[in-house]
Design a protein around this ligand. Sequence first.
Ligand code: NAD
Length: 315
Amino acid sequence: MRAMVTGGAGFIGSNLVDRLLAEGHEVEVVDDLSTGSLGNLADARNSGGALRFHNLDVRSGDLVDLVRHRRPEVIFHLAAQADVRVSVERPVFDAEVNVLGTIQVLEGACAAGTAKVVFAASGGTLYGEPTGADLPVDEHQPHRPLSPYGVSKKAAIDYLVAYRELHGLEFTALALANVYGPRQDPHGEAGVVAIFAGNLVAGRPCVIFGDGSQTRDYVYVDDVVDAFARAMRRGGGLVMNIGTGQETSVSKLYESVAKACGSNLAPRPAPARAGEVQRSALDPRRAGLHLGWKPWTALESGVASVVNHVRRTAL
Ligand SMILES: NC(=O)c1ccc[n+]([C@@H]2O[C@H](COP(=O)([O-])OP(=O)(O)OC[C@H]3O[C@@H](n4cnc5c(N)ncnc54)[C@H](O)[C@@H]3O)[C@@H](O)[C@H]2O)c1
């Protein structure tokens, strides 16, 4: 198939590009390299597969023309302002990229006759602060995001639903948990596994905010990429959680990364960060039903892969 991946030079996007090329698809990457890098596409460029790169902002008016001209059959829309803290500081910028950028992608898809858009939604912010009884949260929980980022990603889902109704453009929205794996930016906000691994491999101590009991659902990037690949042909019209259903505390995660690094450095405590969700986990059963997907990478082996990647790239 002819696939377009917006945000294809980023952490998840570049791993998806590798997979699509390995499956023999033609891949067009659209990325403005604001947080991604061409380095992330090194394997893709060396693969000999059919890859084209377009250095373009999804907010640009040229995007609709590009999509119309390239006529992708499927668009994976991952380009986003993906940092919750940036969204709080710059909500207008966040909405420009995540809402207006998404509308441009959808306009391009309609103009090109694209069959489907697969969207990277945010399961960690979509449902707000779940109560313990709701965990792991399933897709029936109300959407009540608490940050501008969560709101803009939710608005994008609303547009997907509206375009399906109005124009018959099919979509699947994957509500991702906390994704981790090789190529994650250790300086980003969500990449705690990469941050811990980067510091511990370099012999630097790590900071844990709050008492370390806050939980997240860590899902490995290969498993996430597999969900995207499956969503190319299945799961139309649905929002689906992509997570493990398991809560892991930050303290437990730290132990796991420290063990993989062979480090006995103690973490440094710091005050809890305002506005942080205390607990998070996503029920992945709908994705099991509609995509035949389930997570299969155990945290220990995923963490070991990240540590190996950090060691290799630190050389
Ligand atoms: N990493 C996670 O845990 C996680 C969780 C939930 C949802 N998501 C979503 O998954 C997607 C990918 O996230 P990621 O972790 O790979 O982040 P990333 O920052 O590595 O990737 C985003 C990519 O989009 C590009 N980009 C940003 N703004 C752009 C613009 N205006 N025009 C064109 N390209 C632009 C960046 O250069 C980058 O390559 C995002 O939509 C994010 O919101 C990620």
